[in-house]
Design a protein around this ligand. Structure first.
Ligand SMILES: [Cu+2]
Length: 176
């Protein structure tokens, strides 16, 4: 595999991030084992998000860096808030990936690491760039149909708004 070294490090970091929650799930905390069933949360149906207003945004340069061997891929784009209210980007989903997270790459003391981001706020008239080395979508467990040259749909989730579908172009591993 002829990948730039920093890309591989990035992907391995993502795998490390995944390992922790998976291990936690393997051994449920004792407290939940004794919780009565009728106290279980999350049983009510979620309100239909599609009935919410559409976010007034412009999204450009949306692309995914494809990686082989099931490695997590990065999703990048530029986003501008065209509305009169602040927007909070709180997540994303995609029919082409089983898991999508908001991440930020942080460089400190020569080491690059990724942190999970709960939300990215965009003031009215302002923009934000998701780009290598900074904010990115961490795209995990890709469908086999995701290949360089294809397109994937990723639905951006803004708080209080309907899912915002964006078409991303899948570029080869060496793209930047
Ligand atoms: Cu990441």
């Amino acid at each position: 595999m002829n990948l730039p070294r920093h890309l591989l490090a990035h992907a391995l970091l993502a795998a490390g991030l995944l390992a922790a929650p998976l291990l936690a799930n393997a051994a449920p905390p004792a407290a939940s084992a004794h919780a009565p069933m009728h106290d279980m949360p999350g049983m009510a149906p979620a309100p239909d998000a599609r009935a919410l207003p559409t976010a007034r945004v412009a999204v450009t340069d949306a692309w995914v860096r494809w990686l082989p061997a099931g490695l997590p891929m990065g999703g990048y784009f530029s986003l501008r808030n065209l509305g009169r209210q602040p927007l909070q980007l709180v997540g994303a989903t995609s029919p082409s990936y089983r898991m999508v997270m908001l991440h930020e790459s942080i460089s400190r003391g020569g080491m690059e690491r990724m942190v999970h981001v709960d939300q990215v706020s965009i003031a009215p008239g302002q923009g934000v760039h998701f780009a290598p080395g900074g904010y990115h979508l961490m795209l995990m467990h890709a469908a086999s149909t995701v290949q360089p040259g294809t397109r994937v749909r990723i639905d951006l989730q803004f708080a209080g708004h309907a899912p915002y579908p964006v078409e991303f172009t899948v570029r080869p591993a060496a793209a930047h």
